[in-house]
Ligand binder design. Structure first.
Ligand code: PIR
Ligand code: CA
Length: 311
């Protein structure tokens, strides 16, 4: 059965690939693309979403802009790995698709409430500000959503403090709301996404596919590699966000463990940490799951297939 999803994102090199995988895979139906401030300002990431939609010929999916800052924190961007534009490294077409005249939070709520219960999956790949705001504004979405599969957090790795991941530390209060809402939620954190590296063989395959989009993706991956080398000391850049979509398409891409997860809000050193209780094994089931492994080849093959479909 085709899975209906809303992609809530902040493009972003890896968000761009999540969008392409969702659009190019026949088992996913994109119901909406919504944007949130994160990797760059709301204005920039929204413009990037519109340009990417134009690049891949995505004309029939509504795109709406949401929250322009975190709930409590000051705005914080990731120009060190995504650049000034949020998606440095290639020339993207000027937007030819229109931004919806509705806020992302309202579009998320309307899409969930106007579709049958248990049919819409939320896929956040940025800070959780839009999703948390939607939960507070229309609490009935919690019961109605099928599940939430998000990129964010980590249980061992980190990239934005000694213990926190960027999407969570940008808006910890929003993350607290989303992780504690009670809906089925799967966390795809850095421990998994740091295995989704755009290595040399990936660059070669993007060249082989040789479409306008695959060549743009290659350029994006090379720029991402340079920034990740310089600022994070990685030899190859991790492509975080599309792991969520790949897992929805093929659950054998990632093993998950059922475990309580909560968000640290008060720790002086640990604010924004996703605290995963692995000692919970064999106790009663909780709504939260955490990804723990990645089948790298299956993951990249899904990306290649989607790029061939997009053409
Ligand atoms: C990636 C991101 C932010 C900061 C760094 N250093 C790397 C973005 C990605 O788009 C992804 O959604 C998440 N945030 C990974 O932390
Ligand atoms: Ca992102």
């Amino acid at each position: 059965m085709v899975k209906k999803i809303i992609l809530d994102c902040d493009p972003g090199h890896d968000d761009a690939l999540a969008l392409m995988l969702a659009y190019g895979n026949p088992e996913i139906e994109l119901m909406a693309v919504t944007t949130v401030a994160g990797n760059q300002t709301l204005k920039k990431v929204t413009n990037n979403a519109l340009s990417l939609a134009t690049l891949i010929g995505m004309k029939n999916v509504p795109i709406a802009a949401g929250c322009d800052r975190p709930l409590v924190n000051e705005i914080k961007v990731a120009a060190d790995v995504h650049g000034e534009s949020g998606i440095d490294g290639t020339e993207l077409p000027a937007p030819e698709v229109q931004l919806e005249d509705i806020n992302a939070v309202d579009l998320i709520i309307d899409t969930i409430m106007n579709n049958p219960a248990n049919t819409i999956t939320l896929v956040p790949t940025g800070a959780l500000t839009n999703i948390a705001t939607a939960v507070r504004r229309e609490p009935r979405i919690v019961e109605r959503v099928k599940e939430v599969v998000l990129m964010g957090g980590a249980y061992k790795d980190s990239n934005a403090s000694a213990v926190a991941e960027f999407n969570i530390i940008v808006d910890p209060e929003a993350a607290h709301i989303v992780f504690n809402a009670g809906w089925k939620l799967t966390m795809v954190g850095l421990d998994v996404t740091h295995k989704a590296l755009a290595t040399e063989d990936v660059i070669e395959e993007l060249e082989n596919i040789n479409t306008v989009t695959s060549i743009k993706v290659k350029e994006l991956m090379l720029a991402f590699r340079g920034m990740y080398k310089e600022n994070q000391n990685f030899d190859f850049p991790p492509v975080h966000d599309p792991v969520t979509i790949a897992y929805l398409i093929d659950p054998t891409v990632m093993d998950v463990v059922n475990a309580p997860i909560d968000i640290e809000l008060n720790g002086k050193l640990t604010r924004g940490m996703t605290v995963v209780d692995f000692s919970h094994v064999l106790k009663e089931e909780v709504p939260t799951n955490v990804g723990v492994s990645l089948d790298k080849q299956k993951f990249w093959n899904l990306i290649y297939d989607a790029l061939r479909v997009i053409g």
